[in-house]
Ligand binder design. Structure first.
Ligand code: ZN
Ligand code: ZN
Length: 336
């Protein structure tokens, strides 16, 4: 039960993020953005099994590798393709899907749901491979109440930030882990057995009592006595936005205590005016946000291509002076 992640792409190129949430029984796969060439770093099995693709926004450097995703998944049968992004995502992806010649498609399986996330509501459009993705079918609209994706294993919250266009920050949180305090079994005079599964995993239509060794016990009382809850892992993905006072006021509580914060750092402090003008971050702004939100670690990515490799470590040093547990993705191999 853990979140594993991999920043995709190089220091000098486009980036993206891939994450795996494993429950022990099931592995869920999540992809954040599709920078050019980034998806080539993924095993094909992972690419084919992405449960949700979450776009921050659709500037070229975040969608340049999307053709690789389409090619792998356009007609998949294992599950629908589910995509999320800011307003206009469905319109733009509809054009992308129309950017190929489709023929002999009538028997193709494959259903795509593309969601536009507005601050207060979420719209969805459905596209079908057997229609050559020609029609954007209206799917259900619903209020945006915080977590845009909720599953029994994890939730994903999306926050709309300002990049001269809406840009979504995502916060992935595992559900709390529930374990049995086995040392308490003996105190209650109970022997372990298959009944523990019923205690651990509530069912909607369950009876209030279960039988153990010929005696009946109330499930609620057993849960109270035996189960221990511990927090699940958490991971934030933040890129391409203006960190003004309003953004700080929203992000600090939303990120509070997050294990890992993956955050753009386009610019060094000397280019703070440029960062402000283009609605991007400097490394020290990312570090200041990490410090104030008391996250576990900060991973910097999405660096401007204006810098030479020798300047990347200076940029990292600026961030570390404010938040010590800052690093670049390990595979960039920029540090000894
Ligand atoms: Zn951008
Ligand atoms: Zn960008």
């Amino acid at each position: 039960m853990a979140i594993e992640y991999q920043v995709l792409g190089r220091a000098s190129g486009d980036n993206a993020l891939f994450a795996r949430v494993s429950t022990g029984q099931t592995t869920h796969r999540l992809l954040f953005d599709c920078g050019a060439g980034c998806l080539n770093m993924l095993a094909i099995g992972d690419l084919l099994a992405v449960d949700h693709l979450c776009f921050s926004h659709l500037h070229m450097d975040h969608i340049g590798g999307f053709d690789t995703f389409i090619r792998a998944n356009y007609n998949r049968t294992s599950k629908p393709v589910r995509i999320w992004g800011p307003p206009e995502t469905a319109r733009i992806l509809h054009h992308r899907l129309q950017g190929f010649l489709w023929n002999l498609y009538e028997d193709d399986p494959g259903t795509w749901y593309v969601h536009d996330v507005f601050p207060d509501h979420i719209t969805a459009h459905c596209f079908e491979a057997h229609e050559a993705f020609a029609t954007a079918h209206d799917a259900a609209e619903r209020p945006n109440t915080g977590a845009v994706i909720e599953t029994p294993a994890y939730t994903i919250e999306a926050l709309t930030l300002d990049h001269h266009t809406p840009s979504l920050a995502y916060i992935l949180r595992e559900r709390p882990h529930v374990n049995v305090a086995t040392e308490r079994l003996a105190e209650l005079g109970l022997a372990p057995g298959p009944w523990l599964k019923q205690v651990k995993e509530p069912q909607p239509d369950e009876a209030p009592e279960i039988e153990i060794g010929g005696a009946r016990y109330a499930l609620a009382a057993l849960r109270e006595a035996l189960l221990i809850e511990s927090p699940g892992g958490s991971l934030a993905y933040l890129t391409d936005f203006l960190l003004d006072d309003a953004a700080v006021a929203r992000l600090v509580p939303a990120l509070r205590g997050c294990d890992t914060m993956i955050c753009e750092s386009q610019y060094r402090t000397a280019e703070a005016a440029l960062a402000q003008r283009h609605h991007h971050l400097t490394a020290i702004q990312a570090a200041e946000l990490a410090r104030r939100a008391e996250v576990g670690e900060l991973i910097l990515f999405h660096l401007s291509d204006r810098y030479r490799p020798s300047e990347w470590l200076a940029l990292l040093g600026e961030a570390r002076a404010i938040f010590a547990n800052t690093r670049f993705p390990a595979h960039w191999q920029l540090e000894d």
